[in-house]
Design a protein around this ligand. Structure first.
Ligand code: HEC
Length: 117
């Protein structure tokens, strides 16, 4: 058990460092994404650490580039779940609801994601 804890702590550390080193996002949003479990399914980009179940956050940024008004609807999908929007990137599974994020956190996370290059 202790061993397991230590392993997951170092994995978390690795995820955090990797996303910071790669896209240099503000530390607090990357940390929030990790804490809320987003990185279990998403990586910032193909080179980033994290789950590969959902689209890369860099692809999300690209899709909604120049549409700051998209923050609202994308944030709503983060909270309530989404399916079928990312088939063109080979994503076949839906994103379940994320009741652990507040509306404010969802908006903050999406603003960060859409700002990634
Ligand atoms: C269980 C895995 C899983 C978790 C946890 C998860 N996602 Fe997703 N996410 C997905 C999948 C799968 C999709 C693609 C859904 C689709 O095709 O419509 C997705 C799509 C998205 C999108 C694109 C939505 C759009 O409107 O185009 C964003 C942004 C996103 N996720 C952010 C997050 C954030 C932020 C969190 C943490 C609060 C999170 N995700 C947690 C799997 C996940």
């Amino acid at each position: 058990m202790r061993q397991l804890k230590r392993q997951s702590a170092s994995l978390m550390g690795a995820l955090c460092v990797a996303s910071l080193a790669h896209a240099a996002p503000p530390a607090d949003e990357a940390e929030l994404a990790r804490k809320r479990g987003c990185l279990n399914c998403h990586a910032v980009d193909a080179a980033g650490e994290g789950g590969k179940v959902g689209p890369y956050f860099s692809d999300v940024a690209q899709r909604y580039a120049g549409q700051p008004q998209a923050i609202e609807s994308v944030a709503e999908r983060v909270q309530l779940g989404s399916k079928g929007l990312w088939l063109n990137k080979g994503v076949q599974v839906p994103m379940p609801r994320n009741p652990q994020v507040t509306q404010e956190e969802a908006r903050r996370l999406v603003a960060w994601i859409l700002g990634l290059k």
